[in-house]
Design a protein around this ligand. Sequence first.
Ligand SMILES: [Zn+2]
Length: 175
Amino acid sequence: MCCNLHMPTPRERKPFASSPAIRGRMQRQLSRDTEPELRVRSALHALGLRYRIHQRPLPELRRVADVVFRPHKVAVFVDGCYWHGCPLHGVRDHKVNEWYWPAKIQRNVERDRDTDHQLRAIGWEVIRVWEHEDPGLAAVRIESVVRSRKPKCPGDTSINSQIEESPEMGTEDDR
Ligand SMILES: [Zn+2]
C-alpha cells in the first residue's frame, strides 16, 4: 500500500518541540481544531452563519469557547466524549450501575458546568455539542438559538453582517 494514503490526524502527529515554550504552544494547538469542531464549524458556515472561533466570551473569565456569536451572546463548546464525560461514551461502572469518571474527567465536567453557570449568569447562552452528535443537526440547533436572540449592537440585526470567515480560518483571540 502506498504510504501517502495515510494522512496523520492531529492526534497522531508527534511534533518535535525545541523548547518547553514551543511544546506548550504545540500542545494547545493540538487541542484546538479537533475534527468534530471543524465539522460543526463547516456546517454552521454552510448555513450562512458567521462567527468567531476560540474566544473568551468574557476577557476576564479564563474560558475559551470553540465558536462565539458575540453580538448574540451565544457561546458554543464542542466537547469530546471521553474528556468531557459524555453519558453515552463515558466510563460506566456496571457493578453499581452508575457513571463514574477518573478524577481528571470529573474536574473537566465540573469546570464545564461552572463555565455554563458563569456565562448564563451574565446573559450568555451556552450550547454544548457532543463529539458524537451529527454536526448538521447540531448546526441547526445552534442556528435556531442564535436567530432567536437579538444582537447586542443596534443596527447589527443580521448574523450575516459579521466579518466573513471561512470555517478553517476563523478569527482567533490572541491569547
Ligand atoms: Zn458521546
